[in-house]
Design a protein around this ligand. Structure first.
Ligand SMILES: [Zn+2]
Length: 216
């Protein structure tokens, strides 16, 4: 089995797991992992496939310019963002999900430019975080169908927030990454848990205007 075959199998299994959690409904989301660094080759889910039915054949191989090396069908429209994160964060894998809580909080946090999360034990699941007292800032970017323009915005936001583990696209979804595929998958699980916890705590109350800590 080649490195690509192994990566394709792991991405397909990830799709089924995330679909079962409701994080990638209706063919949404996309995942990639680096197969080789020099020259760069990545495995990425192809466009338009339901992640719950994802098979290794639905994963394609691209070079560092986004050109297809192996596999049929089109790459995700958001390939440019994956390549940007692999380059600017030295990521070994990139995960993009469309959960309800990520979408909901992306809208609520848009005006402030992001969501602050602190005081949760699960923060320790983020790479390099050692204590629940960590304050994680998740930037929110306006959504854009122009992926080249959006890649430029992502690059600037990552420079402005060198410690962040993720960002949200407004009314769209979550992007996170990791040194390995396992790290990136763990970050999705941790962040989805935190976003749902924060969303329920801040907006589950009868009077949600009482609790918007990021505004203070
Ligand atoms: Zn998306």
């Amino acid at each position: 089995m080649t490195d690509f075959d192994e990566a394709a199998g792991e991405l397909a299994a990830t799709g089924r797991r995330f679909d079962a959690r409701g994080w990638v409904l209706g063919t949404s989301g996309n995942f990639s992992t680096v197969v080789a660094h020099s020259p760069l080759r990545i495995a990425i889910t192809r466009s338009g496939v339901h992640k719950g039915a994802l098979a290794p054949a639905d994963v394609i191989e691209l070079d560092g310019t986004g050109a297809i090396l192996r596999g049929g069908g089109g790459p995700s429209a958001e390939t440019a963002l994956h390549l940007e994160l692999i380059a600017s964060r030295a990521a070994g894998a990139v995960m993009h999900t469309h959960s309800i809580w990520a979408t909901f909080l992306s809208d609520r946090g848009a005006e402030a430019g992001g969501i602050a999360i602190e005081g949760y034990e699960m923060l320790k699941g983020l790479a390099g975080v050692r204590t629940h007292e960590h304050r994680e800032w998740i930037p929110v970017l306006e959504n854009d169908q122009d992926m080249l323009r959006l890649s430029g915005v992502v690059r600037r936001v990552l420079l402005d927030h060198p410690a962040c583990h993720a960002f949200l696209l407004r009314r769209h979804g979550l992007y996170t990454w990791g040194a390995t595929l396992q790290d990136a998958v763990r970050h999705v699980e941790i962040l989805e848990f935190l976003l749902e916890s924060v969303g329920r705590a801040r907006y589950g109350a009868a009077r949600p205007e009482e609790a918007e800590p990021w505004r203070s």
